[in-house]
Unconditional design. Structure first.
Length: 349
């Protein structure tokens, strides 16, 4: 009887155990909300990344793409720990992991799924930081290229060429006038010689010009850009005028007369011609002509200046002007020949 009772009791216990239902997973609404946010954020980052040009993505994956390997390792570990039969039919491991992650909140494991998506999100953030830098660089390069191309077009215009010649020839004229003064005239008009403040003021609108030149093709308007550029050049051209006018007004103190001024004016005219040719040919090409002329006439000019410095009178000043005029004319002849040769060269020559 005791044995039967024991058997019966054991049978009832076994029956009770077999019919017991497994415990329901405990769901966490807050954790599920974090999971939804993590998945949404990760998907938005991937969307941004896929919108980036392929060449930029490829560069960044080579530079900072180690995290993609880590994502692959993390995915493999994730699937080993949480893989479910219903998700194994997905086309690839990435889709399978996503399927598994979406199933985990219902099993009370939303935070595990959140961390998986957060890890992928951090990798996309790293890649997007790299792509943003490359896109900014590409934008800057394109912007600088537009500025350079359009500035070259402005500089090549007839008005810009004329104004540039004026700026440079006035500088050369001032250099000539100072170079032909005797030692006693060294300090003349020095109050006008420092033009740095004037040039800085003349160039102040450059940032505004740069912004105009940088605009896209649909927005760029050449006319106002050209007008601003010419205004800047005119302001620069005016910077040396006070010194030039001052020097011209002081020359009579050092032997300049109506007779010598005739030679002076010829020099100033030829200096204008020389500078136009120098600007046309470029300083590098023109330098040989300038140097050859100096080599031929240097001794004559030095001798003429010594005589004039000892006795700064009309006769010796006229001699000095004539020596310089021979130099300047020789340089212009050489430069003109170079310019003519350049103009007759065949294309590609």
């Amino acid at each position: 009887m005791r044995l039967a009772t024991i058997i019966l009791t054991s049978s009832l216990m076994a029956l009770a155990c077999g019919s017991a239902k497994p415990a329901e997973p405990v769901r966490d609404p807050a954790a599920e909300k974090r999971f939804s946010e993590a998945m949404r954020h990760r998907d938005e980052l991937e969307k941004q990344y896929q919108a980036v040009a392929v060449d930029i993505r490829t560069t960044c994956e080579a530079r900072v793409g180690d995290c993609l390997l880590e994502v692959g390792d993390r995915r493999a570990d994730f699937l080993d720990a949480h893989s479910t039969p219903t998700c194994r039919g997905e086309a690839n491991a990435n889709l399978e992991a996503r399927c598994v992650a979406q199933a985990l909140p219902a099993l009370g494991q939303a935070d595990v799924a959140s961390e998986y998506f957060a890890f992928e999100g951090r990798c996309f953030e790293q890649l997007l930081k790299c792509t943003a830098g490359l896109e900014a660089d590409a934008h800057d390069e394109a912007r600088l290229a537009r500025i350079k191309e359009r500035m070259q077009q402005l500089q090549a215009s007839t008005e810009a060429t004329r104004l540039s010649d004026v700026i440079d020839s006035t500088r050369e004229k001032v250099t000539y006038l100072r170079g032909t003064l005797p030692p006693a005239g060294e300090g003349v008009c020095k109050e006008f010689s420092d033009i740095s403040a004037c040039e800085t003021k003349a160039e102040a609108p450059y940032p505004q010009l740069e912004e105009m030149l940088a605009k896209g093709d649909g927005e760029y308007n050449e006319r106002p850009a050209a007008q601003l550029y010419y205004k800047m050049l005119k302001a620069q051209a005016a910077c040396r005028e006070p010194e030039f006018k001052c020097l011209m007004g002081k020359l009579a103190q050092f032997g300049e007369t109506n007779e010598t001024r005739r030679w002076l004016n010829q020099n100033l005219t030829v200096l204008e011609q020389r500078q136009e040719l120098v600007n046309q040919l470029g300083a590098d090409i023109a330098q040989r002509c300038l140097n050859d002329g100096v080599a031929k006439f240097q001794s004559r000019i030095i001798q003429g200046y010594k005589q004039y410095a000892r006795e700064p009178v009309m006769f010796f000043r006229a001699q000095l002007h004539r020596a310089f005029l021979a130099l300047h004319k020789d340089q212009v002849a050489c430069l003109s020949s170079r310019a003519a040769s350049n103009n007759t060269l065949p294309l590609g020559g």
